[in-house]
Design a protein around this ligand. Structure first.
Ligand code: UDP
Length: 474
């Protein structure tokens, strides 16, 4: 049989590159030749994974496209995690739109059997169609968030609301899900003309033209929403996650994403000295940053909670340490570990002593937390994070909200007080309700692992997808 070749084209942001690299590795492990399209400064993030996969006898490669120059955008800014102000966002999007010609050249030259394109490249479906190549879209989020967002977009249930704190129920969903006006993406109501909003409209149109959607989730996690997405919203979708579970060894987990600024061995040694489920892990993803006064409140809340923790700190002002309460690090010696920069997240979450996760509800982090069986404190900032929060707190009942009521791109508002931090942290770590929550988490962890094993729902859906592509029936 002819070897199937699939091109993967991830958006230039860690939260998209990381799961798409996992996906490409997974396809390669099933005999597909996986090729990743990326830019020069992003290529190193894929190189190790590709090399290791090839060492194991699989077939992976990288194709480079030059990142277009756009006036106002620093020359070395090729990744969304380098966007430091909202004004840079439209420039970054404009640059990614200009990749079309180079990507078409690659598709024309290599004629892969399929293109897996990130939703942030809405033009890619038409580019692939020119060469009769089917395209599958990757949004990087849950079935739940896709369903909720689509129902909000279609029915605008917020239309008559005035204040950010006014709430509404999302129509037509299997559960009663309540949000307030301040928590929905502004492109739905007040910012319809921005470059970002227009790109999202184009993304929706291209999704409808595509051959379907790949979802990093597993059926048993959100069966009502997997069904709703397919049967009510009529989308063709394959669920093949949790993708992070394809990383099995210490090395794979430790090197996922970026090179960690912490020593994985030392972190594990520190964790080894603690008892099971006794340490909190705090991390807000790859792009969110907080102002100093918010970090200060988190520190005070953590200390008051009496819980042990590993806290990944990324702040708006990288240089100053003025957020740190006086004597904090000294007092927390042996009790709390601070990682400045990048943590080996999956490695840490999977350790048996991690018993809680304070998360910004990015979908990768959410699913990694679920796969590790840890309850969560939810602290969303933007994108689909407020929807994921509702999945965690109201549908799965495996987390407690810290109480963010307003969408803010890039960095949190900084208005969560220490008492709210202390109370949310305590409620996921101690008490009878915490124990019940933890039991639900452990069950989901088991289900996640079963889903990706032979015979599991994600394993089978990936088989069906690969077979469909081989038979040109997708
Ligand atoms: N991540 C990590 N170390 C960090 C921060 C993030 O390994 O210090 C990884 C995390 O495991 C996840 C991804 O980066 O896979 C972040 O994706 P997510 O969807 O959670 O959030 P985003 O960064 O896109 O907001």
């Amino acid at each position: 049989m002819v070897e199937l070749e699939v091109f993967f084209f991830p958006a230039m942001a860690p939260g998209h590159m990381i799961p798409i690299l996992d996906m490409a590795k997974l396809f390669a492990s099933r005999g597909v030749h996986s090729t990743i399209i990326t830019t020069p400064l992003n290529a190193p993030a894929f190189a190790k994974g590709v090399e290791k996969s090839n060492d194991s006898g699989f077939h992976m490669s990288i194709k480079i496209v030059e990142f277009p120059k756009v006036s106002g955008l620093p020359e070395d800014c090729e990744n969304a995690d380098q966007i430091t102000s909202p004004a840079m966002l439209p420039l970054f999007i404009r640059a990614t739109m200009m990749l079309e010609e180079q990507v078409e050249q690659l598709l024309g030259e290599y004629r892969p059997n399929c293109l897996v394109a990130d939703m942030f490249f809405p033009w890619a479906v038409d580019s692939a169609a020119k060469f009769d190549i089917p395209t599958l879209i990757f949004h990087g989020t849950s079935f739940f968030a896709s369903c909720a967002n689509e129902q909000v977009r279609l029915h605008e249930p917020f239309k008559n609301l005035k204040n950010e704190s006014d709430d509404f129920i999302i129509p037509n969903l299997p559960h009663k899900v309540k949000l307030c006006l301040g928590q929905i993406p502004p492109q739905h109501h007040q910012e319809k003309d921005t470059v970002f909003a227009k790109m999202l409209i184009a993304a929706k149109e291209s999704e409808m033209k595509s051959n379907g959607v790949i979802v990093n989730s597993f059926y048993e996690l959100e069966p009502d929403y997997a069904d709703h997405y397919r049967n009510v919203l009529n989308r063709r979708a394959w669920h093949i996650g949790p993708l992070s579970l394809c990383n099995r060894t210490f090395e794979e987990k430790a090197q996922r994403g970026k090179l960690s600024t912490a020593n994985g061995d030392e972190c594990l040694k520190w964790l080894d000295s603690k008892s099971p489920d006794s340490v909190l892990y705090i991390c807000f993803g790859s792009v969110s940053k907080f102002p100093s006064h918010q970090l200060h409140e988190i520190a005070m809340g953590l200390e008051a909670s009496g819980q042990q923790f590993i806290w990944v700190v990324r702040k708006s002002d990288e240089k100053s340490e003025d957020w740190m309460p006086e004597g904090f690090e000294k007092r927390m010696k042996g009790k709390g570990l601070i990682i400045r920069g990048w943590a080996p997240q999956v490695l840490l979450l999977d350790h048996e002593t991690i018993g809680g996760f304070v998360t910004h509800c990015g979908w990768n982090s959410t699913l990694e937390g679920i796969s590790a069986g840890v309850p969560m404190v939810t602290w969303p900032s933007f994108a689909e994070q407020f929807y994921n929060e509702k999945l965690i707190t109201d549908v799965l009942r495996i987390g407690v909200s810290v109480g963010v009521k307003k969408w803010v791109i890039l960095s949190g508002h900084g208005n969560i007080k220490r008492d709210a931090v202390e109370s949310a942290v305590r409620s996921i770590m101690v008490g009878d309700e915490a124990e019940e929550r933890r039991k639900r988490c452990k069950k989901l962890k088991e289900m996640a692992r079963k889903a990706v094993e032979e015979g599991g729902s994600s394993h089978s859906d990936l088989n069906a997808l690969i077979q469909g592509l081989t038979l040109r029936q997708i």
